[in-house]
Ligand binder design. Structure first.
Ligand SMILES: [Zn+2]
Length: 301
């Protein structure tokens, strides 16, 4: 009897898991292009609290799969979580532990001799896809310390100017149709720190980010083959009051939205999504191998 119940419950669990993972993995083709859009300090809470207020993120959620419970590593701060998004493992492995880390405060568990950092997605793409075209555009200098610059073809930074960064990034997409590209938007973090997370000003700043995401999403759709292109939107952390770094879910939970052919549309991802799952998911879509040092898992498996 107990065995039967266990067998049934295991079967139900397996069915529940395969409902997302099996289906998506079976259908999601190899992608030729992956575009990752990241916004600093964009909480999941603001999306939950203001349905209908983020037309572009909601469009992406309709077109793809999403969770509003993607979780930060601790502390819920910037550099540590951007490094984790790009490096497939947490701070105890890559060594970046603070909001503005420029060099690892903890000795990395492994340093790629070619790039001098814990292995990240850009070095991994370069090594396994020598002809890949890659790019990073960002509006906060701090991002420049967290990826393998020597592995990237096109690197531009704008001083806190998200509009200019968006223009540069869209021109790059249009001209080069890159294999993997990352666009970093510095808001709404600044507004959160000055006006407070969930303040009316913060909502407005998030809506501005939403409009920039819409510009990029349209640019991707107009210039790249959507049969073999995936687009990701996510953030490093949320916030509470005028700060973040702590352990509340409002600080730790952000949206993770992924769109691409074969990825279920209008689908809420039920599995746990951690920051360190992002780079393995990108590697999976490009059909390249994750470095053995990564412990994150593709969310499509
Ligand atoms: Zn911040």
């Amino acid at each position: 009897m107990i065995k039967t119940i266990r067998a049934i419950s295991l079967a139900v669990m397996a069915a529940g898991i395969s409902c997302w993972a099996g289906e998506a993995a079976a259908k999601a083709p190899k992608m030729k292009h992956v575009v990752m859009i990241g916004s600093d300090g964009f909480s999941a809470e603001v999306v939950k609290a203001h349905p209908g207020q983020f037309p572009n993120l909601e469009r992406m959620m309709q077109d793809g799969s999403y969770t509003l419970e993607a979780r930060s590593v601790l502390p819920s701060s910037s550099a540590i979580n951007w490094a984790t998004l790009l490096m497939g493992a947490g701070s105890e492995m890559h060594g970046f532990t603070e909001w503005g880390s420029k060099t690892p405060e903890v000795e990395p568990a492994y340093v790629d001799p070619e790039y001098g950092l814990f292995p990240g997605i850009f070095g991994t793409v370069r090594r396994q896809m020598p002809d890949a075209v890659t790019g990073v555009v960002y509006s906060w200098d701090g991002i420049g310390y967290l990826f393998e610059k020597a592995a990237v073809d096109f690197v531009r930074s704008t001083q806190d100017d998200d509009d200019e960064a968006t223009r540069i990034f869209c021109d790059f997409l249009r001209e080069k149709q890159p294999t993997f590209s990352f666009m970093y938007i510095s808001e709404p973090d600044h507004t959160g720190h000055t006006q407070g997370w969930m303040s009316p000003e913060y909502l407005k700043s998030c809506q501005k980010v939403d409009s920039l995401v819409g510009v990029i999403y349209d640019c991707v759709r107009e210039n790249m083959d959507m049969k073999s292109t995936a687009v990701i939107f996510t953030s490093d952390h949320g916030g509470k009051g005028t700060a973040h770094g702590g352990k509340s879910m409002n600080e730790m939970q952000v949206p993770y939205i992924i769109v691409g052919r074969g990825i279920p549309a209008n689908h809420k991802i039920e599995r746990i999504v951690m920051k360190y799952d992002n780079a393995p998911t990108i590697a999976d879509m490009l059909r390249i191998e994750a470095p053995e040092q990564w412990y994150g898992k593709s969310i499509l498996r």
